[in-house]
Design a protein around this ligand. Structure first.
Ligand SMILES: [Zn+2]
Length: 485
């Protein structure tokens, strides 16, 4: 009898121990991945619950606002949510949470509450957890209104717009296809008058974007509400040249090992110069473009330049913007790239001048561009000088138009001494011909600033009437093939 009692006690202790142990198990882990902090007309709710496979007994999501609760999801009633098993016991729930999906949603604060339970000890015990996020419901859409007039853009070229975006904290700018160009407070362009919502944005229609690519000014709040405005009057097609670049062993020997030695982030066979060339012309070129975008993101929020940009004087144009190049080795086409700049040659080691006022963003080797200077001119505008033999400036230096910044050379992917020059809009190469043209600067930039009330036009050009054509008289052309990059 006593042993039976003993056994009973032992059993009770064991069961009790298991009960306690089961209660100490891990409850479901909950993560609200979206929305971040605001909900607008359209928004997504995304929740990830983690619990050992098959143990999740409930997952419940509600929205609390002004004392009322709106059910958004439960395992029994998933409504319009999509439920995905991510593996490792992770379950993802996604559903719309904006005003369009939840008509009861009102302007102001709200809380998303997620609760979940899982079974433990063969279903004898239940472990529960809860997570919540406070969000701001913003239903009034932002507004964007374009104030400047006569907007024309050339294929591969740039343009500027002045617009008003409200409320004050919206993200705004110009979107061309899927590329967004931020706007800057107009006071940085000399437009005083105290309207903090007035913005100036420079943007580009890239050489490789379709002529019909949608271009809009946009204003977007943190709840994802967006307003857009179309404003382009005309888009002009510009013919791009095709050219052939002969490559020989002497050229490969001179440029490839040097570029690869400066590019430890790529791998190429040391004993195959042609393969090395393809790596330099492809992967290194692509990495350089990324680096240029990173560097130019540090642009000043004000216009630093005045008037037209200067071109290397008395130079021969050996290659122009957006030439479609086929590289030929021993009679065979081995590669194809677009040349995104101008190649200008005069004599060896000629002085290279800053094309306009600005601040130095790069003054060192940059892949295929060899020794390279990049100057920020503010509001996303920059100029790039490649293949230099020497550099006379350093990062952070302020430079003035016409100041010597270095000497021409043949470093990087250069077949001979020349300057590779390009203009950049937020890191995207654009045709420099426009920026060399005083008429273009005067019409596209100065006129708009003056009409918007700029007290003294920051860029300093002469007034002129608007013109529907980008003239770009351009530099003297030369029939010879380019000097490579
Ligand atoms: Zn070039």
């Amino acid at each position: 009898m006593r042993w039976l009692l003993g056994l009973l006690v032992l059993c009770l202790v064991a069961v009790g121990g298991l009960w306690v142990a089961a209660g100490r198990g891990t409850p479901p882990a909950l993560e609200i991945t979206k929305p971040d902090r605001a909900v607008g007309q359209k928004a997504d709710l995304e929740v990830v619950a983690t619990s050992p496979a098959g143990t999740l007994t409930n997952l419940n999501i509600v929205l609390e606002q002004h004392g009322t609760e709106t059910a958004l999801f439960s395992l029994a009633d998933p409504q319009e949510a999509s439920v995905t098993d991510l593996g490792d016991g992770r379950t993802k729930v996604v559903r719309p949470i904006g005003k369009t999906a939840i008509p009861a949603l009102q302007e102001g604060p709200a809380t998303i509450v997620v609760s979940a339970t899982r079974k433990s000890l063969l279903g004898l015990r239940t472990l529960s957890s809860r997570a919540s996020r406070d969000v701001q419901v913003r239903l009034a859409p932002p507004a964007v209104a374009v104030l400047s007039t006569h907007h024309y853009i050339n294929h591969g070229g740039a343009e500027m717009v002045i617009y008003r975006a409200t409320p004050a904290d919206v993200t705004s700018g110009v979107r061309v296809g899927d590329i967004e160009y931020p706007g800057f407070p107009a006071v940085g362009a000399g437009i005083t008058g105290g309207d903090p919502n007035l913005k100036v944005a420079f943007f580009a229609l890239l050489h490789n974007q379709d002529l019909r690519t949608p271009i809009v000014a946009f204003a977007r709040d943190d709840a994802g509400n967006e307003a857009t405005a179309s404003f382009i009057d005309n888009v002009f097609e510009k013919p791009f040249k095709k050219s052939q670049i002969p490559i020989d062993d002497r050229f490969l020997q001179r440029v490839v090992p040097d570029i690869l030695a400066h590019s430890p982030e790529v791998s190429a066979p040391a004993d195959d110069l042609l393969k090395g060339f393809l790596v330099a012309n492809g992967e290194v070129r692509r990495l350089n473009a990324e680096k240029i975008t990173q560097l130019t993101a540090a642009t000043a929020p004000a216009l630093l330049f005045k008037g037209p940009f200067i071109q290397l004087g008395n130079s021969k144009v050996e290659a122009s913007f957006a030439d479609d190049r086929t590289y030929v080795y021993e009679g065979k086409a081995i590669d194809r790239q677009t040349h995104l700049g101008f190649d200008l040659a005069r004599t060896a080691h000629v002085e290279i001048l800053a094309a306009n006022d600005g601040k130095v963003l790069n003054a060192s080797w940059l892949g295929i561009y060899g020794n390279c200077v990049i100057i920020d001119h503010g509001m996303g505008i920059a100029s790039l000088y490649g293949h230099l033999s020497s550099i006379d400036v350093k990062v952070g230096d302020s430079v003035t138009r016409g100041q010597v910044i270095g000497r021409s050379g043949a470093t990087g992917m250069a077949g001979g001494d020349h300057l590779h020059f390009t203009m950049l809009v937020h890191g995207q190469p654009v045709n420099p011909v426009e920026w060399w043209d005083s008429h273009w600067i005067s019409d596209r930039i100065d006129r708009k600033l003056r009409e918007a009330g700029a007290s003294s036009v920051a860029t300093g050009g002469q007034p002129s009437r608007p013109s529907p054509r980008a003239t770009a008289g351009g530099p003297r052309r030369n029939k010879r093939a380019g000097r490579v990059q």
